[in-house]
Design a protein around this ligand. Structure first.
Ligand SMILES: [Zn+2]
Length: 412
């Protein structure tokens, strides 16, 4: 194994040990572990020879400046927040690979025809405030100020957390790289699916990212005594939420070739065994590569929710929190990445779409994007069993080095 691969593995272990939860990995935006991991990333980027700063949303950004006149930015990035009970590769792997390829450039004294900016995004999963792509949103200039009033489960606002992190909300909008200064975006990420395992390949190109809509659904019924309220006089919010949840599952199964739909979070009030649930909040996450179809299915589900509410005599609030169209990876960047993959000795070129959302969705609003997937065992992710072999990480590293070289050649 190459010492650079070893260094990535050691750093993955180190980052994987920085957690807010005692028995598992959890690193939500703005927590103690999140801030601690940021310090470590700053150190590593500095030791790789980059000029580093932490921006006003908490993105850690290291730059190797080019001497070329009118040089643009190639951003190599991924995220350093995690879901609850996460694996250690989702996000950090792409950040650490970025640091490693930058260190190689810096140590060789090479002057690239573009600025190489490695970014560790502060929030991609959106686990605390349901703000997926918060970090990349800022880099792309799409920070939405209405997010500031969003609250976490403890009632703290995003606004307050950003300030506690020592950042200035007024300056967040200045952190974006202007559209005309972008050369492109590159991210290495674990596949989070089974295709690479199935094909027995270490890495592959990503052709595009599926569109995604996130909805918050609030049901308001009537809490009541579980023993004295007759069954036909109830306004049970949980039963309404459960009915909708099964409709969502059925819809996903009916269109399984082009749609996935999930209710992943549900909070029942008052959540007591002898009280009829009076309120329920839950989420809907729905994705497809076909934007028009996705919008149609979201509208259909909203209609179903309203029908259930009417039938059961409850109130239902349907709030679309985020809606991103599908995006395609850029042909020119992908051509350079193809060369990189070939040069690194991978026996077959494969290109697949990503069902999972990535920061490239946000960045695609201002710049061409490209992505490389790395095999993860059995496609498992968002789970402590998530695993990438050292050999596959090394293949991703060499393919990324060669991608950078091919891109530089294409510009000179
Ligand atoms: Zn990720």
């Amino acid at each position: 194994m190459h010492p650079r691969t070893q260094r990535i593995l050691q750093r993955l272990e180190k980052l994987g040990s920085i957690s807010d939860a005692p028995n598992c990995l959890s690193r939500f935006y703005g927590t103690t572990a999140h801030i601690q991991s940021r310090k470590v990333l700053i150190e590593w980027m500095e030791s790789a020879g980059m000029t580093v700063h932490c921006d006003n949303i908490g993105n850690v950004r290291g730059i190797l400046k080019s001497k070329a006149p009118n040089a643009k930015h190639l951003v190599v990035a991924s995220h350093y927040d995690s879901v609850f009970d996460a694996g250690k590769y989702d996000g950090p792997l792409g950040v650490l690979l970025g640091i490693e390829i930058a260190q190689q450039v810096s140590e060789s004294g090479q002057d690239l025809p573009f600025h190489l900016q490695v970014v560790a995004f502060a929030d991609e999963e959106g686990g605390r405030f349901n703000t997926a792509y918060l970090g990349s949103g800022v880099l792309a200039g799409y920070f939405d100020k209405t997010w500031l009033s969003r609250k976490d489960d403890a009632g703290e606002t995003l606004d307050s957390v950003i300030q506690k992190m020592g950042h200035h909300i007024d300056l967040v909008n200045d952190e974006a790289i202007p559209k005309e200064d972008w050369l492109g975006y590159y991210e290495v990420h674990i596949e989070q699916g089974p295709v690479l395992c199935d094909k027995d390949l270490p890495v592959c190109l990503v052709s595009g990212i599926a569109g995604q809509t996130r909805v918050d659904i609030h049901w308001k019924g009537m809490a009541g005594h579980a023993g004295t309220s007759p069954m036909d006089l109830r306004q049970d919010a949980l039963c309404a939420a459960a009915e909708l949840t099964l409709i969502i599952e059925a819809l996903g199964k009916k269109h399984k070739e082009k749609l996935v739909a999930t209710v992943g979070k549900m909070i029942v009030g008052p959540n007591s065994s002898n009280v009829i649930p009076g309120t329920v909040y839950h989420t809907l996450d729905i994705r497809s590569m076909q934007d028009h179809f996705l919008a149609e299915m979201v509208a259909y589900l909203e209609q179903q929710a309203l029908t259930i509410a009417k039938k059961r005599g409850l109130h239902c609030e349907w709030k679309v929190m985020q809606s991103n169209p599908s995006v395609d990876c850029d042909p020119q960047l992908s051509a350079a990445l193809e060369k990189g993959i070939k040069k690194s000795g991978v026996r077959e070129l494969l290109s697949i779409p990503s069902g999972a959302g990535h920061d490239g969705v946000m960045i695609s609003k201002v710049a061409p994007i490209s992505m490389l997937f790395v095999r993860c065992t059995d496609g498992i992710s968002h789970n402590p069993a998530e695993y990438c072999s050292p050999e596959d990480i090394e293949a991703a590293l060499f393919a990324s080095d060669a991608f950078l070289e091919a891109l530089a050649d294409s510009i000179k």
